[in-house]
Design a protein around this ligand. Structure first.
Ligand SMILES: C[S@@+](CC[C@H](N)C(=O)[O-])C[C@H]1O[C@@H](n2cnc3c(N)ncnc32)[C@H](O)[C@@H]1O
Length: 228
C-alpha cells in the first residue's frame, strides 16, 4: 500500500511522480509471487492498474509480452517513461479495468487493485485515492476483477491478485472458484498501518472490519488458475 496508506516503500522502485502510486509492500508481495510463477518468455501478460508500471516492468524484464492498463493518465505516462528508461517493451493503455483489452486473452494477469474499505457517499473515489479507496467493503474493483478476469485467461492461464484481509479474500476465492478457476491464497504478509488506515481506524473497528485492538494489516496474494 502507499506510504499514504501502508508502510514502507518497496524494493521495486521505478519513478512514481505525484499522484501515481509508488510501489509498496503490496507491490513487492505480488512481485514475489510473479517471480515464483513459471511463465515462459513470450507469454502474454496483463498488468491491470499498473500505477508506476513496477510489475509490468518486472514481467517485461523476464521476456514476457506485457500490456499495462491504468485509468489514470499520470500512471500511463509514468509507466511509458519507466519502460523507456528500463529499455523494455511495454504496451500501455489508458482505460477502465479490462475495457482496453476486451478482444484479447492472456497467460497471466497481474492485479494490485484498490482494496481499502472507505467511508463515503457511494461515489467512486477521485484523485490519488483512486489507487486505494474501494467503497464501503473494499470490493468495488475486486468484484469486477473476479467477474471479468476469468474470460480473459487462456486455458492454463493464471490470475495473481494482491489484496487486504480487510476486504474479504474468502469472497475473492469463492467468486473465482464459482467461475471455474482453481484459487488459493499463496502468500501472506503483515504490515503496519499507514496513514490511511490510521485515519479511518475507528470507522473500521466500529464496522467490525478491524478487531478491537492491534495495528497490523494482513496482505494476501490470491493465485487463480483456469484449468486446461
Ligand atoms: C494500488 S495501485 C497499484 C499500482 C501498481 N500496480 C503497483 O503494484 O505498485 C492501484 C492502481 O489501479 C489504478 N486503478 C484504480 N481503478 C482502476 C480502474 N477502474 N481501471 C484501471 N486502473 C485502475 C489506480 O490508478 C492505481 O494506479
Amino acid at each position: 500500500m502507499s506510504p499514504e496508506h501502508g508502510g514502507t516503500r518497496a524494493s521495486v522502485n521505478p519513478l512514481a511522480p505525484p499522484g501515481v502510486y509508488a510501489p509498496q509492500e503490496d507491490t513487492e508481495l505480488l512481485a514475489g509471487a510473479l517471480s515464483d510463477e513459471p511463465v515462459p518468455p513470450g507469454a502474454d501478460v496483463l498488468d491491470v492498474g499498473t500505477g508506476s508500471g513496477a510489475l509490468a516492468l518486472e514481467a517485461a524484464r523476464r521476456g514476457m509480452r506485457v500490456t499495462a492498463v491504468d485509468v489514470s493518465w499520470r500512471a500511463v505516462c509514468a509507466t511509458r517513461l519507466n519502460a523507456l528508461v528500463a529499455g523494455v517493451p511495454v504496451r500501455v493503455r489508458r482505460g477502465n479495468l479490462f475495457d482496453p483489452v476486451r478482444d484479447r486473452s492472456f497467460d497471466l494477469i497481474l492485479a494490485n487493485p484498490p482494496y481499502v474499505p472507505a467511508p463515503g457517499d457511494g461515489r467512486p473515489p477521485r484523485g490519488a485515492a483512486r489507487a486505494w479507496d474501494a467503497g464501503a467493503d473494499g470490493r468495488l474493483v475486486l468484484d469486477r476483477i473476479c467477474r471479468e478476469a476469468p474470460a480473459l485467461l487462456r486455458p492454463g492461464g493464471v490470475l495473481l491478485l494482491v489484496q487486504s484481509a480487510l476486504s474479504g479474500p474468502e469472497l475473492t476465492l469463492g467468486h473465482l472458484r464459482e467461475a471455474g478457476l482453481k484459487a488459493a491464497v499463496t502468500r501472506r504478509r503483515h504490515i503496519a498501518f499507514g496513514p490511511v488506515l490510521r485515519a479511518r481506524e475507528r470507522w473500521l473497528r466500529e464496522r467490525g472490519l478491524l478487531p478491537p485492538t492491534g495495528d497490523k494489516e494482513e496482505l494476501v496474494v490470491v493465485r487463480a488458475e483456469l484449468p486446461v
